[in-house]
Each structure stands twice: as structure tokens, then as C-alpha cells.
Design a protein around this ligand. Sequence first.
Ligand SMILES: [Zn+2]
Length: 321
Amino acid sequence: MTRKKPCLVGENKCDVIRDVPAACADKDAAVAFMEKQRWADDPCCPLCGGVDVYQMKDRKSGSREANYRWRCRDCGQKYTVRTGTVMAQTRMPLRYWCHAFWRVCSSKKSVSAKQIQRETGLSYKSALFLLHRVRFAMADMKGVKLSGTVEVDEIYIGGKPRYKGQSQRGRGTRKQPVIGMVERSGRVRTCVIPDVTGKTLKDAVQQHVRKASRIITDEWPAYRKAVAGFDGGHSVVNHSMNEYVRGDVTTNTIESFFAILKRGLIGVYHNVSRKYLQRYLDEFEFRYNTRKVDDGERTVAAIQGAIGKRLMYREPEERAA
Ligand SMILES: [Zn+2]
């Protein structure tokens, strides 16, 4: 049995921009588009990896079977392009998936469910459902740790405080803390965290950053414990002393990412429920980590990311309207 590697990101970038309008408008074009992004010219069975596969035909007309199924001669199973992806177990037509992937990947600051609702005529719940799954496709599950020089900082997400006396900003607020870690000129990673104690910060940093790295933070005392033991050492920039850059010691990279994130969350999403915050973070992370490729390549990367992901928690809405 031969195993087929998925096509590489970038191979189809010109085609993506050319093919997207048709794929968003037409059923057959949408299936062809998704199959091309998933398998390029070498279709394989998502269940066993076999390459001896064929499209099932309708006996009478000789054209493709109504559900666009494939069959694998190695394992005898039937499947579709949705099998084993975030698009499985839903009846949402593929042209809407194409639309959502493209819109999220080609916008600088993402797109709201309201916007998708207006553009497609889907219900708000269905639009939200699509966007949540597209974001899930963007989540980086490979878990390759960050390395080199890594800036670490936290941000506090949430609407304006409702009561007087809670209006504190930054550390000490009741807003939701999020830790961000970024490689200099590399990848970013963010995690929703319950608090900003040394233990919590330590767990997060150890989970996402290689031990050989050098860590840069501000002077928040909890970081001293949290990042002890990293081989590259710990440099501190002292914001309370109005120090922002000392040689190469600065947390400007992570702070600019947080600025984009904050603007995005306020501008597009207004307020984000805590339950789904990590998915919004995944989206901004993905956009940052694919900042050097064009919209077509980013769309392919997101669709490739949809493969092999099963949903791990409940959706706000399971059925398409
Ligand atoms: Zn098979």
C-alpha cells in the first residue's frame, strides 16, 4: 500500500485565486476545488492511505454520483473530500465552505459571522458555525515548540468593566488573561490562561517553548520563576522604569501582535465569548504565521489544516439552516 503525501502549500496558489469565485457559486466547482486543494492530482483514501481509488459514477447518466463519493479498492470503503476533516458530519454545501475559507484567509482583519450571513444568505447561526470550524482548521495542532529568542507577555481580553471599581487595566483586572509567545521574525503562539501566577505562566511557556531558547519578558515578578531554567537565559525589559528597548532586549514584537489582536477583536467581533476565545486567537495566530504568503497560499494552508482534525468540543450550532 502506498501512502500519499498531501500537496504542498503554494503549488496551487494561482489556481486558488482564479477558481474561488466559481467554487463559491457552484456545487460541482466547489467539490472539484476542495478535492484539488486536498489531493492535487493524486487522490488517495483518507481512511487507509491507499492510492487505488476511483470516483463513483451514477449508472444511468455516467456522471458523478450525487454525493460525490469515492471508493477505495484497498480497503473497500467509500468516502468524500469531507471525510476526516472539519467539514465531516455536516450537510453544509461545500460552496459555503469555500466562501468562508476564502473570506477569512483573504481579509486582513478577518470577517464576522454577520458579514458571512449577508454575503451568503445563510442564517447567523450557520455562518457562526462555519467560521468556528474554519478557525479550528487554522489552529496549529502540531505543537512544534518555539525556539531562538522568544518574547513572552500577557494581554487581558474582555469588554469594558460593568461596575465601578473594576475598571483596573492590565494585571489585576478580572478580564481574561492570554499569554503570547513569539519568536523573533518567526511564529507566534497564544493561550487562554486562568491566571498570571508563576506556576501558570511556567506551564504555558514550558509547553510551547524549547528549553534551549532565550526568553525576554517585562519585569512582572512571576516571570522570574516561570522562565528559570531556559538555557538561553532570561532578559528583562523594565517598563515601569520607562525602559522599552535596551540593545536587543525588548518585547515590542509580541506587543505589536497584541495590538493587531486587540484591534481585530474590537473591530470585527465586538465581544468574544470566553468559551470561544481560543479559536479567535488561533485565527489571529494563523494569519500572523502565514503573513509572508499571499491570500491564495493562505487559503490552501487553512484547507490543508482542516484535514485530520476532529472536533473536540461542542459547536454552538451543529446543523446548517
Ligand atoms: Zn482505503
